[in-house]
Design a protein around this ligand. Structure first.
Ligand code: AMP
Ligand code: ZN
Ligand code: FE
Ligand code: FE
Length: 292
């Protein structure tokens, strides 16, 4: 079976977003689009929420395997970083509490960013943000503010909004609560899941953590590094491949698909089937990949 899959070329994308956070497509549309893009395995990794899992599972097309996951917003010594968590128990109290706390703190944070922008003459209201959000419980992020700015005609697209007023160096930027990555590692592991460090060298997004932090996380059970990602150039990828070898970490590749909100296309980077198998092996909990 595995051998036949190899011949056919199993296509695995371990990082996508839906409208449960800041993707533009509902979870059901993401899994359908994944199958249409020729993927065999897709992970749904919305920011700080498992809210899209059920709808994605219910709409899973035949031949597609869903890996339930989340992208955890973490903060370490003032640097923001993202950890991809897969196959964890969404009912684990400590982890669910951290996710909820992060989602809740994103509300006053977004309100303050909107207040600062409006005070400076941008035609933005909280209602305009709410109009961009799929439903209650959605993880609210800067992309929703970007979409409201697009709707108001202030900018042509999300990219321009980030380049101008939403990036971390902008005076309009406000941080939100984020869990310490070491605590996140501990919680995801306790919840039976596995962790992959998302785009560790995506320098364009802001400061990156030093390799020593990645080494410490590896000693704490980190399973992999996301190497093939559009925000990392060839030099960054080469460095990360070396680091993964040194630390005994799995290498992944993925799209970080956000629907029409970003140029990223499903399957534009993929993960080797052996790397995927190792991640699934390392997950200890009751949540398993789900086949449609
Ligand atoms: P937040 O989590 O609210 O701080 O917003 C960060 C999210 O914004 C990231 O996870 C990306 O999905 C998105 N983002 C960052 N830069 C850009 C960009 N240039 N264009 C579109 N989306 C972006
Ligand atoms: Zn996002
Ligand atoms: Fe990310
Ligand atoms: Fe992402």
């Amino acid at each position: 079976m595995i051998a036949a899959d190899r011949v056919r070329g199993v296509r695995i994308d371990l990082h996508t977003h839906s409208s449960a956070s800041d993707g533009t497509e509902p979870p059901a549309a993401v899994v359908r689009a994944a199958r249409d893009a020729g993927l065999d395995v897709v992970a749904l990794t919305d920011h700080d929420t498992t809210g899209g899992w059920a709808a994605a599972a219910a709409a899973l097309p035949a031949g597609l395997t869903l890996v339930p996951g989340a992208e955890l917003s973490c903060g370490h010594a003032g640097i923001s970083l993202h950890l991809l968590a897969y196959l964890f128990d969404p009912g684990h109290e400590g982890l669910a509490e951290q996710l909820a706390r992060t989602r809740e703190d994103r509300l006053p944070r977004a309100r303050e960013m909107v207040r600062r922008l409006a005070a400076d003459g941008y035609s933005l209201t909280w209602a305009a943000i709410e109009a961009q959000v799929a439903r209650d419980g959605t993880t609210i992020g800067r992309p929703h503010i970007a979409d409201a700015l697009v709707a108001a005609g202030a900018v042509p697209d999300r990219d321009t909004a980030f380049a101008g007023v939403l990036n971390a160096r902008s005076p309009y930027f406000v941080p939100h609560y984020a869990v310490d990555p070491h605590e996140a590692m501990r919680l995801v592991t306790a919840a039976g899941g596995v962790v992959v460090f998302a785009h560790p060298r995506a320098a364009r997004r802001g400061r990156i953590v030093p390799d020593e932090v990645i080494a410490t996380l590896a000693a704490e059970g980190l399973a992999g590094l996301e190497v093939d990602h559009r925000d990392q150039d060839e030099a960054a990828r080469r460095h990360l491949r070396g680091l993964a070898t040194d630390l005994g970490l799995v290498v992944t590749g993925s799209s970080d698909y956000h629907g029409t909100g970003k140029a990223n296309r499903l399957g534009e980077n993929t993960t080797d089937p052996d790397a995927y198998a190792e991640l699934v092996d390392r997950a200890r909990g009751a949540v398993r990949p789900l086949s449609g």
